[in-house]
Design a protein around this ligand. Structure first.
Ligand SMILES: Nc1nc2c(ncn2[C@@H]2O[C@H](COP(=O)(O)OP(=O)(O)OP(=O)(O)O)[C@@H](O)[C@H]2O)c(=O)[nH]1
Ligand SMILES: [Mg+2]
Length: 322
């Protein structure tokens, strides 16, 4: 039986059990999360994102070593939106970080989507809360994809590293899809390959187009070679200095408020939708409207609008009164 005290004491078995509950969306997880919440909010959360295979896990492996060298405990969540069927751990991610498996100061979990849209994002957020409550000062989230990912890492992490590789195709092109705004550090990994300098140049050009502001963090472009560790120490330093920057002049708090307000809004939205839909789908108005569509007596948009009118009626007299 999971004991909240064990989680707060940083017990890894308890933490793993709790994260499994979160992943399974077990009702017990909700109860435990509510009790963990007051104990979280201290960790520095780093998001590492980028197209599949760019070297995220290899980089995180190096970052873990750097942070451990500074005597900081580290937890990692690797998210895999692509395996709803197996639903298991992603072997590759764990293998890349295998050398830290015996280190008590390191805790690595993988999470997979259970198919439900947005499920992984919520589960990742909850898992971070668990790791935070366990007392890890640094939490790293790995998410695949660049912009199209199910997990919007900028909503979870304080600092976002976007990983690309030299050459066109996957790398820089993917970044153009609108995630430029969310990156705090841009990492050109596999810089042992040709055209690494060109990738850095192109990224700097793109970032240069942002309007400068003294109160805003200026994103950096770094080159790394995760396999031999080149540039990884600097990357770790940049993340820590971004954290220092955030801690000044109330920036971290402001960021936290923004993140929490978005999370709260999405929770309320999910709950509202769930409740209203549950009530609507069994209502006569909904059934009648659908019947009308099927008989071509009305079009779907008009029918949907008429169903919305029945919500207003519900609103006035019953449980959805605001
Ligand atoms: N040449 C070269 N290969 C690298 C470098 N970093 C990682 N790789 C290789 O790239 C492949 C993918 O590395 P991963 O760390 O698993 O990449 P990932 O982004 O975590 O991949 P997914 O989790 O599948 O999205 C592996 O074969 C690594 O050995 C690098 O700096 N140079
Ligand atoms: Mg990986």
């Amino acid at each position: 039986m999971l004991d909240i005290k064990d989680i707060l004491a940083g017990n890894q078995n308890a933490g793993a059990g709790m994260i499994r509950l979160v992943e399974d969306r077990d009702p017990l997880a909700h109860e435990l999360l509510k009790r963990l919440y007051p104990h979280a909010g201290r960790a520095f959360i780093i998001g590492i994102t980028g197209s599949p295979g760019v070297g995220k896990s290899s980089l995180i492996d190096g970052l873990i070593a750097e942070f451990r060298g500074l005597n900081k405990r580290v937890a990692v969540i690797a998210c895999d939106p692509s395996s709803p069927v197996t639903g298991g751990a992603i072997l590759g991610d764990r293998l890349r970080m295998q050398r830290h498996a015996a280190d008590e100061g390191v805790f690595i979990r993988s999470m997979a989507s259970r198919g439900e849209k947005g499920g992984l994002s919520r589960a990742a957020k909850d898992a971070v809360l668990v790791l935070d409550a366990m007392g890890y000062p640094i939490i790293i989230i790995e998410t695949a994809g660049a912009g199209q990912t199910e997990v919007d890492v900028a909503d979870i992490a304080h600092s976002v590293g976007i990983v690309t590789i030299p050459g066109t195709g996957d790398g820089i092109q993917a970044i153009k899809a609108g995630i430029l705004e969310t990156g705090d550090v841009f990492i050109v990994n596999k810089s042992d390959r040709p055209d690494s300098e060109a990738a850095v140049f192109e990224l700097n050009m793109m970032l240069g187009l942002r309007p400068p502001s003294k109160d805003v963090w200026k994103p950096l472009v770094l080159q790394t070679q995760a396999l031999d560790g080149t540039g990884v120490r600097e990357l770790a330093r940049v993340f820590l200095s971004h954290f220092d920057f955030l801690r000044q002049e109330g920036r971290l708090e402001k960021k936290q408020i923004k993140m929490e307000s978005r999370y709260f809004q999405s929770l309320v939205r999910d709950l509202a939708l769930e409740k209203i839909m549950a009530a609507l789908e069994t209502s006569k108005g909904y059934q009648d409207a659908f019947k009308k569509i099927r008989l071509r007596g009305t079009d779907p948009v008009t029918a949907a609008e008429s169903v919305m009118d029945t919500i207003r009626v519900l609103n006035n007299d019953t449980k959805y009164h605001c």
